[in-house]
Design a protein around this ligand. Sequence first.
Ligand code: MG
Length: 255
Amino acid sequence: MKKLLFVPAMVFALTAVAQKTEKPKEDPAKMKHEMTEFWDPEVAVVTPGQQPSDAPSDAVVLFDGTPESFAANWTNSKGETPVWTVADGCVTVVKGSGIIKSKMEMMDFQLHIEWRTPSVVVGESQGRGNSGIFMQGKYELQVLDNYENRTYRNGQAGSFYKQYAPLVNVCKKPGEWQTYDVIYTAPRFKEDGTVFSPARATVLQNGVLVQNNVSLFGPTEYIGIPKYVAHGASPLVLQEHGNPVSFRNIWVRKL
Ligand code: MG
């Protein structure tokens, strides 16, 4: 019987506490519009490009189509001048020469890059117009000719290789220029090296959403399970996969 009396008493006590600590309701009549307006600091002014693909005024242009721009901003894996071919306003992979990486290191960024797979189709599946764009040199956004070319879904163009298939296949025909626009947030690590927050990315291919704020599982692995290793700011890397894929109009905005 004692127990039965105790329960209603507890409910009454908790209700009383809840009522006491409840936030008083705001009276909208006493609010003025300026009370919810913030003026400072003023939002930075950025001049957009003529076209959405043109670099805005606060972007760092990593490649503008000229040999000078390429030499100033890119090296091979050893830090030497890369031997990829610069001609006709674009840079093209040279088979057997290895990756190239940006001299600039970055954490969070917005990236615009244009790419073109060879118009003469050679190979199939992963062997057809394969390259890649590695965020911070570790997380591959696949570049591949998937116009009427099946491969495993989490390895096709627009995928984060072997982690996330693209939402749709929006590839243009071989030989046509295509765009990637990427919003990338670098992973953060605790002092003991474990992950505090994973890398995240949103990607538009040819203006169409293909990755929607995905959380990456770790650095790209061809074989095996990705596993994070703590790192800081790192360069952008373009993959050499033996196919003469071309790139142009590469710019980033550090976020
Ligand atoms: Mg690749």
